[in-house]
Every structure is written in C-alpha cells, then in structure tokens.
Design a protein around this ligand. Structure first.
Ligand code: NAI
Length: 244
C-alpha cells in the first residue's frame, strides 16, 4: 500500500502538499456558514477568541483547524473574514458549479428541489427523475420531472456529476449502478442502504433519523442526570430531617 492510499484509509486526505483530516473537513462547512454571516453583517476581521464565542468551539480548536490551510490569521490582528470565507469555499469546492440530478421526485426529492439556497452554493439542480407516471412531466420550481429512461442521456448532455438519491432503499443499488455507468462521480444518498461504488465515486450518506437519535440520546442523558441530581438532593434532605 503506498503512502497516499494508507493515509486515505486512515481518513486523512492529501490536499495539494498539505493533508487535511476528515474531522477538519467535517467542521469546515460550519466555519463557512459563520463566516458568511459575519460577512453579511459587515465584519471584516475576527479573532479566534471572538469566533470561538460565536461558534461555541474552543479558540485553540479554531486556530488548529484553520492552521491546516496555512497563515489565514495574523497574531493579534485576527482573521480576514472575506479571505478566510473565500479560501474555505475554494477548499470545499463551492467556488465551482456542480450540476446535479435528483432521483426520486417524492416528498424528499421535491423538498430538496424546492430549496433555492443550494444554487447560491453552486449546486444547480438540472433535472429530477421518477418512475411514477403521475409525476413525470410535472415541474417543481422550474425543474421538470422526467422518466428514468432518459437518465443516461440527460446526464451526458447536461454535464451532471452529482446525484441525490431519494428513492426507496430496495431500488437504490440498481439506480446507483446506472448513475456510475453514466459517469456520475458523487452520490448524495438518502436511501437507507450502503452503496457499493468504485473508488473514483464518492458517496455522502445522509440519515436524518441518526441525527434525531443523537438528539434523543442527549436530551435523555440530560434528563437522567437531572433526575439523579434531584434524587441525591432528596436523599440528603431526608438525612438532614432525620438528624434534627
Ligand atoms: P416518497 O415515496 O414520497 O418518494 C419516493 C419516490 O421515489 C416516489 O415518487 C417513487 O415513485 C420514486 N421511485 C421509486 N423507485 C424509483 C426508481 N427506481 N427510480 C426513480 N424513482 C423511483 O418517499 P420520500 O418520503 O420522498 O422518501 C424517499 C426515500 O428517502 C425513502 O427511501 C426514505 O426512506 C428515504 N428518506 C431518508 C431520509 C434520510 O434522512 N436519509 C429522510 C426521509 C426519507
């Protein structure tokens, strides 16, 4: 195994000469969002301490993360918000246009198509596909729903590299194979199934229910702790009452 492959297996990605860990990449969109808000608010410079308060991340984490991209900040002078915003945008590849298609024009597919903000980030929804004849021909926010028979030709003619999969999990592997054969390089997978794709294709699985389960864990453990604290206080109170 060569060095590059070994590092990718460990979740470290080569980026030009530098290497950026998967954990840092995961945090970058959040930095991008906060910096975008600062920019809209007319803020030109921000220190890691100020950013830390806003983002509720430690200042040392911010410095460590942003140091990965080399010298965005100056000691005692803070970060140039616009520069940092632009550079992170380039790292995330959202300074480029990404053409995408949505496969499955049901509830979720239509909700994604209706969200206009993806376009501001460079994600252009070129078309939607479905097998339901009642949906084919409908137009959602200017995007026509087509039959899947046209899929390969459409991908080729519209220079599409990305696909969102919002179809039942039983149908997803077969469609994923077709997408890959048609030249799709990135799949935004909402179907609850792990897809087998070649090494030159990337998949981002999105599971809202997993996020909801994490939320459930956090609220339950908070409630459990409160109950334990209350029980302890009651026990102490009873102990005091018995003593007097
Ligand atoms: P839906 O039933 O409203 O939409 C699914 C659409 O896919 C239908 O219009 C159907 O005709 C179409 N379809 C079925 N087979 C197809 C094929 N071979 N090619 C093209 N289109 C096909 O369902 P909904 O609510 O939009 O959910 C879609 C999928 O996303 C489901 O598998 C669901 O479990 C999943 N889902 C995932 C979430 C997540 O967080 N990952 C959240 C919500 C839903």
């Amino acid at each position: 195994m060569n060095n590059k492959v070994a590092k990718e297996k460990k979740g470290v990605f080569p980026m030009e000469e530098r290497e950026i860990s998967r954990a840092v990449i995961t945090r970058l969109p959040r930095y991008y969002r906060y910096l975008g808000e600062l920019l809209e608010g007319g803020v030109e410079r921000i220190s890691s301490n100020e950013l830390s308060v806003r983002m509720r991340v430690t200042a040392s984490q911010i410095r460590q993360d942003l140091n990965n991209f080399g010298g965005f900040g100056q000691q005692g002078y803070g970060y140039n918000v616009k520069y940092l915003y632009t550079e992170i945008g380039k790292i995330l590849g959202i300074d480029r246009q990404h053409n995408l298609v949505i496969i499955g024009a049901g509830n979720l597919g239509q909700a994604i198509a209706n969200y206009a903000n993806f376009e501001k980030r460079g994600f252009i929804i070129k078309g939607m596909f479905d097998i339901n004849p009642r949906l084919i021909g409908l137009v959602v926010r200017g995007i026509e729903i087509r039959g899947v028979d046209d899929l390969e030709q459409f991908i080729e003619e519209n220079d599409v590299q990305m696909a969102a999969l919002t179809i039942p999990k039983t149908k997803a592997p077969e469609i994923a194979d077709r997408l890959v054969d048609a030249g799709i390089k990135a799949i935004w997978n909402f179907a609850h199934v792990d897809l087998n794709v070649p090494d030159d294709v990337v998949v981002e699985n999105v599971h809202l229910s997993e996020s909801l389960m994490r939320l459930s864990y956090r609220v339950c453990s908070m409630q459990d702790q409160e109950e334990k604290k209350k029980a302890k206080e009651e026990k102490q109170e009873k102990g005091r009452e018995r003593r007097f």
